[in-house]
Design a protein around this ligand. Sequence first.
Ligand code: PHE
Length: 370
Amino acid sequence: MTDHTTLQADLTARIAAAADLAALEAIRVEALGKTGWISELLKTLGRLTPDERRVEGPKINGLRDAVAAAIADRKAALETAELDSRLAKETVDLSLPPPPERRGRVHPTMQVMDEMIAVFAEMGFALAEGPDIEDDFHNFTALNFPPKHPAREMHDTFWLPEDETGQRKLLRTHTSPVQIRALQQGQNHKLPGWIASSQTPPIRIIVPGRTYRSDSDATHTPMFHQIEGLVIDRNIHMGHLKWTLDTFISRFFETSVVETRFRPHHFPFTEPSAEMDVKCDRSGGDVKIGQGNDWMEIVGCGMVHPNVLTNCGLDPDEWQGFAFGFGVDRLGMLKYGMPDLRDMFAGDVRWLDHFGFSAFQAPNPATGLS
Ligand code: PHE
């Protein structure tokens, strides 16, 4: 009995005198730790008779509670004192300049896409989108790729495993499947988000998006970006296509001197098909548009093949049109002088700091683009 009272008085006095949190913690361990005074006392209860335990139990438990409460009180007091002294010592120097803030940059591909979309939007094109995971029908068959035709292999397609219906989907190899989705007059619109609006001719859309081919070198990456264009109306001919691309190129490169040429090419979904080259100067480190004597391929295009129109339920004698597909990343390399396409998707922030764009750039007064 006396022991407990003395112990309690002794501990309470030491707790009250503890100068800091570390000293207080030492006392707590000494008293209430696993092998502390009070813990040892509690263990002795097991050896007592039930009658003794009835007397001793409450005393020891009372001792423990009193000591724990004293420690908690002292701890709160010490913490308050510590905070008060820090508040008294520390001051905020409002005259210090703020540390530099890390700002994100807009990726060149996204910048170029926005610029391209702005130019086409001004020319009256609406925006449409389609899924990255496509089926064979939209990516190939409806676009007039004959079954088992080598042209299918030409695209180095990423095929997905068979689904539960036995169908093998794929990562779209180009944005051209969205031509089909747009031409099918809205029957795929059950999928929310695809295609801007129900499209019946006349159609004038551009389709920005990601595309995929199993390919990797300085000018090819397995994922890249395209912008597809599709115009369907009555009496559309190649002159419209040439004007549209020429006008786009001069606005996009902000130069009135653009010389372009059509070079015959083959795409299953256009007839005739062409690649358009732009005259440029490649003699220096980077390519300059509007000068020089070199030609550089920048877009695949052509008149929409009658079979594509028929596949989508349109009468080719009534409707004609043209389509084109730009490689967005490549156009960005050309405009902003980036040497290797693979760097664009390597995720190196130093590269992005260098080639990226400010999200808060003021619009260019000449073009209205930022
Ligand atoms: N889809 C073609 C490609 O990826 C480009 C293209 C689009 C060609 C539209 C003609 C018309 O290479």
